[in-house]
Structure formats: structure tokens, C-alpha cells
Write a protein that binds this ligand. Structure first.
Ligand SMILES: [Zn+2]
Length: 393
């Protein structure tokens, strides 16, 4: 344990590129200041220094390195392992995402996550909340994505309360579709109880989208995905969410889920309201090859990092990439700067969820940060610090 120790780190600030001296005391940044001189004991030129950025915050992730947060039975041990592995990948806070399933399976996953947080301090620190994606989503093909239609249902506050009890209050985000009757009252109750409602997997009318936002929905889940293959040119639910200034937009920037032009448009339209998520499935982190997903679906992970159904290569089987991959994709393609892509994956989602790490690289803020190298093409994570403690592989 190195809690309480003071440490000094020299690195290039991810925004300015300037050498910085970062002092960490215990679990917080004590100071972050420009390093005028060569750091003591280091003969290497400043360009050999790693870059430093705030820890990554993933609002939507279904699993990693073969660990599936939705594959019954989920054990707290799975969450502990995933938390440590994600830290090595630069993720200091995340929202394990529980997707549409039977009521019992959902409850089982929620209980396992809550149990992990009560027994494992690392999980308690890194799991900022649970994202419940479904089952209150559209049953329609396309809109529901890979969620099973038979488990989709109208929003049910009593049921959500039961699940929130099972989750020991950790459900912080609910993705739902406001196409169902009773959506407005449901959204209002969520808001009153501190649960962020995100619109996703929807076939809602533009009017229903507007009503949901007025009732308190604050976010769009992976905008552009979980949508019908064909939509009326206008009006439709994508335009409506793009146009709504009260809705933050989450995007899957893996290069496969939406084209670069769509990412570019959303970033332009949403500006500071745009955020990145991985939406990574359990096969993320594993090498290319043929796999069986959820114990029943044959999938292929290609050399290029795309995950598709084995018998229908045109259909994606989820994202197989974490946030750094998406940062690479956006920065490499010039859609935005590395620093902006990093912010959309760190302090912006942290601020959206009002996490203390929203302060980023500031004195007094939690010392959640990542040392990395940027090749111009790719981010290489070197070390991650969570609450001032070093994580490295
Ligand atoms: Zn989804």
C-alpha cells in the first residue's frame, strides 16, 4: 500500500504538451506546476516523458477480458478482476452496464456488483454506479439492437425500486425509451431519486423525445446506434435528440459503430455535451479470433478489431474496444484533438455524473490519472493512478 506517501511525477500535460511536476499526497493532487528544469535524476529529454491525462471514465461497459457483467451467474470476483484490469487500461471510474434480460438475471447481476462494492475497496472506488440499459426499451427490430424483444417492457417504477434495493442504491443511469406510456412519470421519479435517465434503443416520436427531455431525461445513449436501419428523413428521433440542447450525447467511437461523418456532426452540434463510451463487451481486450458470446452466439473478432456475428459478418456483435481505442480513432482522423477526445472520455463524463474526478489535473482533486505515450496514431497506456495509488501491469 502506498496510501499516504508523497510522490513526484514528471510528465507532459495532455492539453498543453508542457512538462509538469505533479505532486501527489495520499489520494489527492497536492500540486501541479510547470516544470522549469530538467527533473532531478532524469537525463532524458522532455519529449521522452510520458503524457499525463485525467483518469478515464466509462459510462457504459458490459465486460472486459472475457468477464461478462451480464452472463449468469455473475460473481463479485468477476467485478474485482475487471476493475483491476480496467485500471491497467487507464479506466479509473466506470459504470458496469446491466442489459435487458429476465427480471431475475438482472437482479443477479445487480446484486453481484453491489456485493463487489461492499467487499472490495477497489470496486467501491472505481465503480461509480451501475448503468441499467433496458429492459424499458423499444421492442422493435433495429431499435432494440441485440437486446431480446421478449424481455423489453414498459417502465415500471416498482420494479426499478426492487432492483435499486438489490443494487444497494448503485443504479445511477437508466437507459430507456420514452415511447412507452407512463414514461414521463417514470422519468420524473428517476430524476427525483438521483437516477440519470438516458434515451436509447428507442422508436419514440419526436414529441415523446421532447417530453422525455422536459421531464428530466439528460442523455442520449450511443446516439446513432440502437436505431432502425431505415428512418423517415425527417422528423425522426435522431434529429430530435441532436437538436435538444438539454441532452448530452454518448457516442461509440470505435470506428465501426457509426461513420466518421456522424461522429463529426455530433461533436459539432453537441459541443461540450458530447461524451465517449466504450460500450465494450466481454471480448474486448482479447486477441482476434473466433469466440462464443454469451455461451451461445458465434462471433468473430477481426484483426482490425471489429466484432461481428460469425454467420452474418455485416452485423456487429458489440464493441470490442475500450475508450483509448476511440480516442485514437478520433484524434488520428483529425475529427478532434487528442486532448478533446481525452476530455470526452474523462472529465466530461465525470462532470456529467458529478464525480469528484471532474476537476481533472488540479490541486486538491482526487489523484486519478494516466501516464501514456501518444505515437500520433495510438495511445499507449503506461501507468494508471487511482486515488494516488499506482496500477501497472
Ligand atoms: Zn445499447
Amino acid at each position: 500500500m502506498n496510501t499516504g506517501q508523497r510522490k513526484e511525477i514528471h510528465a507532459l500535460h495532455y492539453r498543453s504538451g508542457k512538462p509538469m511536476k505533479i505532486t501527489v499526497a495520499g489520494n489527492r493532487f497536492e500540486s501541479i506546476e510547470a516544470a522549469s528544469d530538467e527533473p532531478a535524476g532524469m537525463n532524458s529529454p522532455p519529449e521522452a516523458l510520458p503524457m499525463v491525462g485525467p483518469g478515464l471514465v466509462d459510462l457504459q461497459i458490459n465486460g472486459y477480458m472475457g468477464i461478462d457483467f451480464n452472463h449468469y451467474p455473475v460473481s463479485p470476483r468477476h467485478l474485482s478482476d475487471a476493475t483491476r484490469l480496467l485500471q491497467l487500461a487507464g479506466v479509473t471510474s466506470y459504470y458496469p452496464t446491466v442489459t435487458t434480460s429476465s427480471d431475475e438475471y438482472i437482479e443477479d447481476s445487480l446484486k453481484a456488483i453491489a456485493a463487489a462494492c461492499s467487499t472490495d475497496a477497489e470496486c467501491a472506488d472505481s465503480i461509480a454506479g451501475i448503468h441499467l440499459e433496458g429492459p424499458f426499451i423499444s421492442p422493435e427490430d433495429g431499435a432494440r439492437g441485440a437486446h431480446l424483444a421478449r424481455y423489453t417492457k414498459a417502465p415500471d417504477w416498482e420494479l426499478l425500486q426492487r432492483w435499486q434495493d438489490a443494487a444497494k442504491g448503485k443504479i445511477r443511469i437508466v437507459t430507456m425509451s420514452p415511447e412507452w406510456p407512463g414514461s414521463t412519470a417514470f422519468i420524473e421519479k428517476c430524476k427525483l431519486n438521483g437516477i440519470t435517465v438516458s434515451i436509447g434503443h428507442t422508436s419514440a416520436s419526436p414529441e415523446q423525445i421532447r417530453e422525455a427531455a422536459a421531464a428530466g431525461a439528460r442523455m442520449s445513449t450511443h446516439l446513432g446506434n440502437g436505431a432502425h436501419l431505415m428512418l423517415p428523413r425527417h422528423p425522426n428521433y435522431i434529429w430530435e435528440q441532436l437538436a435538444d440542447d438539454s441532452l448530452h450525447a454518448c457516442l461509440i467511437p470505435d470506428g465501426f459503430h457509426v461513420p466518421l461523418s456522424f461522429l463529426k456532426v455530433v461533436l459539432k452540434v453537441k459541443g461540450p455535451l458530447a461524451m465517449l463510451v466504450s460500450d465494450a463487451v466481454s471480448l474486448s481486450g482479447l486477441p482476434p479470433g473466433a469466440y462464443r458470446s454469451h455461451g451461445r452466439i458465434d462471433v468473430i473478432k477481426t484483426e482490425q478489431g471489429r466484432l461481428h456475428l460469425a454467420d452474418q459478418p455485416q452485423l456487429l456483435a458489440g464493441s470490442a474496444q475500450l475508450l483509448p481505442w476511440g480516442i485514437d480513432h478520433l484524434a488520428r482522423s483529425g475529427v478532434c484533438s487528442l486532448a478533446d477526445a481525452w476530455d470526452m472520455s474523462s472529465i466530461r463524463p465525470a462532470a456529467f455524473m458529478d464525480l469528484p474526478s471532474q476537476a481533472g489535473l488540479e490541486a486538491g482533486a482526487p489523484a486519478d490519472f494516466v501516464l501514456f505515450h501518444w505515437t500520433g496514431e495510438q495511445v499507449h497506456i503506461r501507468k494508471t493512478f487511482k486515488n494516488g495509488m499506482e496500477r501497472s501491469g
